[in-house]
Every structure is written in structure tokens, then in C-alpha cells.
Design a protein around this ligand. Structure first.
Ligand SMILES: [Zn+2]
Length: 120
């Protein structure tokens, strides 16, 4: 992406109420923006993670892998839900849905815990 496109994107982020930060993207060195949602984005690269130290980097990596697990579980859940739609008397699939929901609940708790630690 050219610098021009980055500047245009930066301008539109500001219009949306994003705040320009005094830190720059580690990849392209454009200033980073903090969105209203609290997410930090680079106009060129989208969502970026700003880490202050190795400990924080490890936490972010864990969070990203947990989000991967969450996505996999959701895919599985949707696949099973589809089976139930085809055959509502499929008890085995109904049990699987409960397992998936339970697993998702646990993963979400872990992610929340990690996020809580980061904001302290
Ligand atoms: Zn960037």
C-alpha cells in the first residue's frame, strides 16, 4: 500500500473518532491509532498489537492462539448444528453441541482472564 493510501486511511480513522498515538507501527512506521473500541490499528496494517516487554508479548501470543482455538470450536459447533437441523433426533450431535458450548465457555473465560491481566 502506498503512503497516500495510508494517509487517507488515517484521515478516515480520525473522522471515526480514533485517537492518534505517539507510537508508530513497528512495520511501516506510520503513527498508530486507538479506536473507540480500544483496539490499536495501523492505517496500513489494520489491527496491531503493541507490546512493552517479553512478558506481555507471551500473553498476546497466548491470546491469539486461544482465539484460534475459539474459532475452531465455533466451526465445529456450526457443523454439528447443521447435522441437528437435518436430523433433530440425532442425540449424539446434541451431546456434541453441549461439549462444544462448554469448551467455548472455558476458552472465553481464559481469554477474558488474559485480557484482564493486560489492562492492569
Ligand atoms: Zn503498519
Amino acid at each position: 500500500m502506498s503512503d497516500d493510501a495510508g494517509i487517507k486511511k488515517a484521515a478516515s480513522l480520525l473522522k471515526q473518532g480514533a485517537v492518534m498515538l505517539d507510537i508508530s507501527c513497528p512495520i511501516c512506521h506510520m503513527p498508530l491509532f486507538k479506536l473507540k473500541s480500544g483496539e490499536i490499528v495501523c492505517p496500513n496494517h489494520g489491527k496491531v498489537y503493541v507490546v512493552k516487554n517479553e512478558e506481555e508479548e507471551a500473553k498476546v501470543k497466548r491470546e491469539v492462539s486461544l482465539q484460534g482455538v475459539e474459532e475452531t470450536l465455533l466451526d465445529g459447533l456450526f457443523a454439528v448444528a447443521k447435522k441437528i437441523k437435518e436430523d433433530p433426533s440425532d442425540e449424539e450431535s446434541l451431546k456434541q453441541v453441549i461439549y462444544y458450548l462448554d469448551a467455548l465457555d472455558r476458552v472465553e473465560k481464559l481469554i477474558k482472564e488474559l485480557k484482564g491481566q493486560q489492562s492492569q
